[in-house]
Design a protein. Structure first.
Ligand SMILES: Cc1ncc(COP(=O)(O)O)c(C=O)c1O
Length: 313
């Protein structure tokens, strides 16, 4: 059971905020398609969010936050990759200057794409947590806005717009499964999908939500997975955790071998080229960890250079 975190209710976004976010960002994003499939005799819907601008859903939260927050004309963030791409692309669209801290472990493919948005890229630290600390310090020193990757009400509401599209495009699905890093995506989607069951999928090597549930609050946990550049938040966000305390998703764990097998199967059967995080929900579904008669799985990211063995190089 996820317990309610100590956080002011005013800080927490609600379903209405997700609907407002959808209106706000609609002119800028793609409404990604869904693919109806039959796998091993079971019905399945895949929400192809890896076809979103920038290759992941992250641009949704970034745009919603940039459009609704204080307009300083400059923003500082830290990102293992996809949040950086989302903010970089969103900032360019809106004429905002972005400074993006990435850990030294960021896959070169992601760093290249972030730099191509025109953002200033700063490589710092061996983990997301180290890059984040440096970015927050820089923003505070310079008096600039720091935009968190997942622990922010506008980011959460923006990510939830994926869920609104699922409700519209696959109205009879009974379960929605998403990958979890810091919890922004699952929190937003949980707000958006009403009474449907939500399953949060984490790699066994970086399972910050599982760790938080075990401890009764967000805590630091190890980060070691083939999907770490996307799902490697060492601690789930306080805002997502508080939302999930009310919406009560189910949790699933998959190991790296299952993630890579699922990624390869998405390619072999559907010609979908995704990064490891993008296959996590499918891995859980294949392992029988997603209940219900008709699940919708969010295929959430594609920012990898294709490699037959694992993470992008
Ligand atoms: C492709 C992909 N999927 C899932 C996630 C997890 O999102 P969240 O940190 O909001 O849980 C991320 C985060 O960067 C991501 O890049």
């Amino acid at each position: 059971m996820i317990r309610h975190a100590q956080i002011g209710a005013a800080t927490l976004p609600a379903a209405e905020d997700v609907r407002r976010a959808a209106e706000r960002i609609a002119p800028h994003i793609r409404r990604t398609p869904v693919l109806e499939a039959d796998v091993d005799g079971r019905r399945l819907t895949l929400k192809l969010e890896h076809l979103q601008l920038t290759g992941s859903f992250k641009v949704r939260g970034a745009l919603n936050a940039l459009l609704s927050g204080p307009g300083t004309g400059r923003v500082v963030i830290a990102s293992g990759g996809n949040h950086g791409l989302g903010v970089g692309a969103g900032a360019r669209l809106l004429g905002v200057r972005a400074t993006i801290y990435v850990p030294q472990t960021v896959p070169p493919a992601k760093q290249r794409r972030i730099a191509a948005t025109g953002a200033d890229v700063v490589r710092h630290g061996r983990s997301y947590a180290e890059a984040e600390l440096a970015a927050r310090t820089y923003a505070a020193e310079q008096g600039l806005r720091y935009l968190p990757a997942y622990d922010d009400p506008d980011v959460v509401a923006g990510q939830g717009t994926v869920g609104l599209e699922i409700v519209d495009q696959a109205p009879d699905c009974d379960t929605v499964a998403v990958a979890v890093g810091g919890g922004g995506l699952i929190a937003g989607v949980s707000l958006a999908v009403g009474a449907r069951a939500v399953v949060g999928v984490e790699p066994a090597g970086c399972a910050s939500l599982h760790a938080a549930v075990a401890a009764g609050q967000p805590v630091d946990s190890p980060v070691d997975s083939v999907a770490a550049s996307a799902l490697g938040a060492s601690r789930v966000g306080r805002i997502p955790y508080a939302i999930l305390g009310a919406t009560a998703p189910q949790l699933a764990l998959v190991d790296d071998r299952q993630i890579i097998a699922a990624r390869d199967r998405l390619w072999e059967e559907f010609r979908l080229a995704v990064e490891p995080a993008g296959a996590a929900a499918f891995a859980a579904w294949l392992a029988g960890q997603v209940p219900g008669d008709h699940a919708c799985l969010v295929v959430c990211g594609a920012n990898a250079d294709w490699s037959p063995t694992g993470e992008s190089r």
